[in-house]
Design a protein around this ligand. Structure first.
Ligand code: 2RA
Length: 303
């Protein structure tokens, strides 16, 4: 195992397997002899170094958005489309966006049974999705507000504490954010069906870690909540809250943080569209939403 990063991190010691490893500089040559290269270095570094790593024979698994929509790069959620990882002419596999991963782990068994026609999703995304600085700024904002001071806002585009915020870049020529369009485009690529309609609204909420999503889903044939719960109860990667609604009895970020599962609850027949369902999906956006998914891809390839 080697840890590679920019020169400013060279020499740092990272905990690994009960010991520690020292960070070395990331360069094309550094990938010589590497079998699996897990990238989480941002899109520009991935565009520059992933091909170099692949040229050395490494299988690159990249967590950034750089390669996700490249037709020669499979976009993989192991529980959903691991078969697609075999065809990787560039030697690169892309890890999807966190909000897409957790949604599709939950929807995969339902799609297999009744083929999804339309998804309406509203997300409640944690500050950690925007990085360490955003997490710290959220806590600083809370502290400031509790002490009657103005909340600092330099990483976040405004006050997130005791508020909600849509903080992603706008997509040129679109009324949707980049985050929202990721959910549309990645869902279609991973499920291999460009006819699937996706209507997203992504929202940042004052939670440190753990993304939540309210999902409405319509199918090509009716599905009821009883069938959906039966399918979800045995679905890989899913932890089902299979009980009637009661206050506080539903998946919550505090349940998911630090765990590997995608928590699914509030599975119920839609009140307005016969044969459609609503469900609530929660996962640790830093684990299953990112690092764990990438590691699972490598583990499946190595098995
Ligand atoms: C977010 N999904 O939560 C994006 C990137 N991690 O901001």
């Amino acid at each position: 195992m080697i840890a590679l990063a920019s020169p400013r991190s060279v020499g740092r010691k990272l905990p690994f397997a009960g010991g520690e490893i020292e960070v070395q500089v990331a360069s094309p040559e550094a990938f010589a002899g590497v079998t699996y290269a897990l990238f989480s270095a941002g899109a520009s570094t991935a565009r520059e170094l992933a091909p170099a790593a692949a040229a050395h024979g490494a299988v690159v698994i990249d967590n950034s958005s750089a390669w996700r929509m490249d037709p020669e790069v499979p976009l993989i959620v192991p529980e959903v489309n691991m078969h697609a990882a075999a065809k990787r002419p560039r030697g690169i596999i892309a890890n999807p966006n966190c909000s897409t991963i957790q949604m599709l782990v939950a929807l995969k068994p339902l799609h297999d049974a009744a083929r999804i026609r339309h998804i309406v999703v509203s997300t409640y995304q944690a500050a950690s999705g925007k990085g360490q600085a955003a997490m710290e700024e959220l806590l600083a904002q809370h502290h400031a507000l509790m002490n009657g001071a103005a909340p600092p806002a330099s990483i976040l585009p405004g006050q997130l504490a005791m508020n909600v915020l849509m903080d992603w870049k706008a997509s040129p020529g679109s009324d949707y954010s980049e985050e929202e369009l990721k959910m549309v485009n990645e869902t279609r690529k991973i499920l291999g069906d460009d006819t699937i309609a996706v209507s997203p609204t992504t929202v940042r909420v004052p939670v440190v870690t753990g993304h939540s999503e309210s999902v409405h889903v319509q199918f090509h044939r009716p599905m009821d909540a009883v069938e959906a719960r039966r399918l979800l109860a045995s679905a890989p990667g899913v932890k089902l809250f299979d009980e009637p609604y009661a206050p506080g009895r539903h998946p919550q970020p505090i349940h998911a943080v630090g765990t590997d599962d995608v928590f699914v609850g509030r599975v119920r027949d839609d009140l307005g569209v016969p044969g459609a369902l609503n469900l609530f999906i929660v996962a640790d956006n830093l684990r299953k939403g990112a690092a764990l998914n990438a590691v699972q891809i490598a583990e499946r390839l190595h098995a």
